[in-house]
Design a protein around this ligand. Structure first.
Ligand SMILES: C[S@@+](CC[C@H](N)C(=O)[O-])C[C@H]1O[C@@H](n2cnc3c(N)ncnc32)[C@H](O)[C@@H]1O
Length: 271
């Protein structure tokens, strides 16, 4: 996997949070936080917390005494997250690679990760690390996007990009939608020592006021921006304009909606 696919840096956090957050992440985060709160955890680790979208819902769903550690590979994402919380909210922010977690064995009774594992080149290592930091009986809950087939907004965007770049399409948008084969995920989790794994596929709606917002989110709020900039021959604004103009054809000019599908996966470390 290209290293820049996990580089949510520079002004990506701001655009991610502003444009992609409401379109793709808030509803899923609220759903995940409600599931987590039902298990009444006391020490929660969030992996790949990004700009703190799920962290906000976790904080609001869990009693104030519950310790939350929000971690992410990219300091720029966490810095953006940190601004959303007051010191009294009992959240520790820590830069951490999911594949080499800097936490003690068996320290947490819940590990959560919303739409982060796809960016980790070694999925088994992700699960091994999550299991290592979980106390016996502790739960792991994480979410993944289903394939592009079931997520028409990014699929259509990829098609527009393929046309714009004359077939030599930047590959970033494939990455978030690349880890959805349930048999593969189960195998990876079993290799890391988990058993009793549940999958729950969710259907929702991606809502955006107008196509320019969706285009700004996908092109400038993700490492797709870096991938295009690396090529050096295309202005980002031209890509945003092209994507926005063509998205109109499929999703309309105002109050746009597209189906989205994701899966929440849960398991428990054995007692
Ligand atoms: C699509 S965002 C999801 C952020 C957040 N969970 C949310 O729901 O808004 C993916 C996140 O994974 C982080 N990430 C990528 N590779 C990672 C790694 N190896 N370890 C930890 N975080 C990683 C990125 O920095 C980014 O914040």
């Amino acid at each position: 996997m290209n290293d820049i696919y996990s580089a949510f840096t520079g002004n990506i956090p701001e655009n991610y949070d502003r444009y992609l957050g409401p379109m793709f992440f808030h509803d899923c985060a609220e759903d995940l936080a409600a599931r987590i709160a039902g298990g009444e955890p006391e020490k929660v680790l969030e992996i790949a917390a990004g700009t703190g979208i799920a962290t906000r819902y976790l904080r609001d769903h869990l009693p104030a005494r519950v310790h939350i550690t929000a971690s992410d590979l990219n300091d720029a994402m966490l810095k953006h997250a940190e601004k959303k919380f007051s010191e009294s909210e009992n959240i520790r922010f820590q830069v951490a690679d999911a594949m080499a977690l800097p936490f003690e064995d068996q320290h947490f009774d819940l590990v959560a990760c919303q739409f982060g594992i796809m960016f980790c080149p070694d999925k088994v290592q992700f699960f091994q690390q999550a299991r290592r930091v979980l106390a016996p009986g502790g739960r792991l809950l994480f979410s993944i996007w289903d394939s592009l087939e079931h997520n028409p907004l990014p699929r259509t965007t990829n098609e527009i990009l393929a046309e714009f770049f004359d077939g030599d399409v930047p590959a970033f948008l494939q990455v978030p939608f690349s880890y959805h084969d349930q048999e593969q995920i189960r195998n990876d989790m079993e290799q890391a020592g988990f058993s009793d794994i549940q999958f729950e596929t969710q259907q929702g709606q991606c809502v955006f006021a107008e196509p320019t917002q969706a285009a700004l989110g996908m092109v400038t709020g993700s490492p797709l921006r870096l991938e295009i900039e690396q090529r050096g021959d295309t202005a980002i604004d031209d890509v945003v304009d092209k994507v926005a103009a063509d998205l109109k054809t499929t999703f309309g000019e105002r109050d746009c909606r597209a189906p989205m599908r994701w899966t929440v996966i849960s398991t428990r470390r054995e007692e």
